[in-house]
Design a protein around this ligand. Structure first.
Ligand code: FAD
Length: 409
């Protein structure tokens, strides 16, 4: 059996062929594919000793999966032959081609892949950082809180449950509403739904951007009797009084809602050190990394590529998008390493498994033009289906660990 990689704590000097910042979905997939292509001298900078499969956190919050099943040791996903520096990156100097690590050490690179993910800005809503994880407030967006969501859902028999989504881009745009549907279906089965007021606060003008799935979701909220506040946002939380302020951006009004359960999704942005770096897209107010939307190459620094949640790409930020971005990025990086122009193009493919009940799901898949891009063209994935729920719960995690992270898919 091959020895497990152990983190290399002190970086050696010298220029590394490829440095990948972030050992999450995107960083590991890219590193694995580069290794399969025969690239040597790859270094991953990743501070965490745990790798998470985040898409299952929705089902953890819905009481349908265990948190334990969503994590593996980071060491077990680092590809053989890849060096792991277990530190935070804190700055990049793309002119000097260096990455500064927490503590001050530096790594030099020939080629850089930016994949440090998205930052959860709990302080972006007054009161939220203090309230989350206490009393009646939870969030599936952090593993320490997701199990609590289920505890709150399970314990509720009457009152008001509020589910919110911020106006910033978020990872998995469907996740803020999926948990509302899982909760409502549970309460329906417990025969208490008629005693619970369910409010869904969304920043968008409609439940979903693509009409084919929007129609399905409209039927779902009608079935559960969910009150939907569109173009609205939670702008303050008072955890002691169990109240939130919801601002309606279309009407310019605000209202206070008292809750007995609050599932809050925090505002999100690029990590602060990325925002402050020359790699941030000047056109992105939230500091996401500039990348050509087809080649994934930085428009100014040709030896830098970006993918995943940190990249400023006009598509929904998901692991499914990463799955399609990684092969394109690796092919284009190999082109550039070999003195050629990038030859592959990413079309914006992303996917959102829209869990609408405890045993039903519609699979939204679309591209930059919001054109449906079904992986299963012979079945109707616009509507709620049991087979798609089984696919999300059991097949997708296995595909992730065994095929995507190993660079086979
Ligand atoms: P991540 O996987 O988050 O990895 C980023 C990595 O960078 C982390 O390992 C982190 O430790 C590391 N890092 C952070 N800071 C630094 C630093 N300073 N230096 C070095 N490394 C750093 N996607 C789907 O496709 N389908 C779904 O159903 C789905 N549901 C979701 C539900 C929830 C509740 C959540 C939270 C996410 C969901 N997603 C889903 C989104 C998906 O998990 C992300 O889009 C995906 O993980 C993005 O990959 P990434 O590598 O860009 O970021």
């Amino acid at each position: 059996m091959a020895a497990r990689p152990t983190p290399s704590r002190l970086p050696d000097t010298g220029r590394h062929r490829v440095v990948v910042i972030g050992g999450g979905s995107a960083g590991i997939t890219v590193a694995a594919r580069l290794r399969r292509a025969g690239v040597t001298d790859i270094t991953i900078v990743e501070p965490s000793d745990t790798h998470w499969y985040q898409p299952l956190w929705t089902l953890v919050g819905g009481g349908q999966a265990s948190l334990r099943g969503t994590r593996r040791p980071e060491a077990s996903v680092i590809p053989d032959g890849v060096r792991w520096v277990r530190r935070h990156a804190v700055a990049v100097d793309p002119d000097a081609r260096t990455v500064t690590l927490f503590g001050g050490d530096q790594l030099s690179y020939e080629y850089l892949v930016m994949a440090p993910g998205i930052q959860l800005d709990w302080n972006g809503v007054p009161g939220l950082a203090d309230a989350v994880g206490h009393g009646r407030v939870s969030s599936n967006y952090a593993p320490e809180y997701a199990p609590r969501t289920w505890e709150l859902i399970k314990g509720m028999r009457s009152g008001t449950a509020v589910f919110t989504q911020p106006a910033t881009p978020v990872k998995c745009g469907g996740a803020p509403q999926k948990i509302a549907y899982l909760a409502a279906d549970y309460w329906r089965k417990q025969k208490v739904l008629d005693r619970i007021r369910v409010v869904l606060v969304l920043p968008t003008p409609a439940l979903f951007g693509v009409p084919e799935w929007r129609r399905t979701l409209e039927q779902v909220v009608h079935r559960y009797g969910i009150e939907v506040r569109l173009q609205s946002e939670m702008t303050a939380v008072d955890g002691d009084r169990h109240e939130i302020v919801v601002t309606d951006h279309a009407g310019g009004t605000s209202e206070t809602i008292r809750y007995d359960l609050l599932h809050a999704v925090p505002p999100q942005s690029a990590p602060d050190w990325v925002k402050a770096s020359p790699l941030a897209d000047p056109a992105s107010p939230l500091g996401f990394v500039a990348a050509d939307k087809h080649t994934l190459r930085h428009p100014v620094y040709g030896n830098v590529f970006a993918l995943g949640d940190v990249a400023n790409l006009p598509t929904s930020k998901t692991g499914a998008a990463v799955r399609k971005q990684a092969p394109v990025l690796v092919a284009n990086l190999l082109d550039v390493m070999n003195g050629r122009s990038p030859s592959r193009g990413y079309d914006g493919y992303t996917s959102c498994p829209l869990v609408t009940a405890r045993d039903r799901m519609a699979l939204a898949e679309f591209d930059y033009d919001l054109k449906p891009r079904p992986s299963f063209p012979l079945i109707n994935t616009f509507k709620e289906r049991r087979d798609m729920w089984v696919f999300k719960r059991y097949a997708l995690p296995s595909i992730y660990w065994h095929d995507m992270l190993t660079g086979r898919l």
